[in-house]
Design a binder for this molecule. Structure first.
Ligand SMILES: NC(=O)c1ccc[n+]([C@@H]2O[C@H](COP(=O)([O-])OP(=O)(O)OC[C@H]3O[C@@H](n4cnc5c(N)ncnc54)[C@H](OP(=O)(O)O)[C@@H]3O)[C@@H](O)[C@H]2O)c1
Length: 168
């Protein structure tokens, strides 16, 4: 299994994949993300800044599932070739841009692409409690709500901003 993007969704997707027993590769950028991926249990890390991620996935035997959380249509398009036979690409990132896929590329390996949007979180929460999966959040006092919002909007928060009300 491969997780594309190691942010809010990716760091949870990675933990779920590990707890479910998948051999898991993270496709992300830079040493900091590699350290986090390894800390959360990733078996492989592919730096998308320096490597051809699809080729590296094929070197590992191809991904049965690629969970796409990184909001970059071009990068996602290029990953299709990293799917194994019958591999599935599941797009959970929200991007409003056109993507290019070769139908022949899909056909040749009986590969498929689908999208998914979260619904009832009960199963995920129960699974997290049972297995110890936890989100990484930054806690801000309520007085710093503006800073928390700014960090969230600029994608700098790790990985969700939580506001804490003093004394409650
Ligand atoms: N389907 C659903 O139910 C659902 C639920 C919540 C959110 N979403 C959507 O999912 C997307 C991700 O949300 P999030 O909270 O995970 O966002 P996030 O915390 O900003 O994480 C996105 C990650 O993607 C990485 N990334 C961007 N371009 C990349 C590339 N070319 N190669 C590798 N990594 C790349 C970023 O890494 P860098 O740090 O290196 O930039 C960042 O860590 C958003 O579009 C959001 O709207 C969907």
């Amino acid at each position: 299994m491969a997780i594309h993007g190691l942010g809010g969704l990716g760091h949870l997707g990675l933990q779920f994949a590990i707890k479910l027993g998948f051999e898991t590769a993270v496709l992300s950028r830079g040493k900091e993300k590699e350290a986090l991926a390894r800390k959360l249990g990733a078996h492989h890390f592919i730096d998308t800044n320096t490597a051809d991620a699809a080729k590296e996935l094929m070197n590992l035997g191809g991904a049965k599932v690629i969970l796409c959380t990184a909001p970059n249509g071009k990068a996602i398009s290029e990953l299709v070739s990293g799917l194994s036979r019958d591999g599935q690409m599941i797009i959970v990132t929200y991007i409003n841009e056109m993507m290019q896929f070769s139908p022949a590329n899909l056909m040749r390996g009986s590969r498929s692409i689908s999208g998914w949007v979260g619904g009832d979180p009960e199963d995920a929460l129960r699974f997290s409690v049972l297995t110890g999966v936890r989100p990484m959040v930054e806690v801000f006092p309520l007085e710093q709500a503006a800073l928390a919002y700014e960090k969230m909007m600029s994608g700098k928060v790790h990985f969700r901003a939580v506001l804490k009300m003093g004394g409650r």
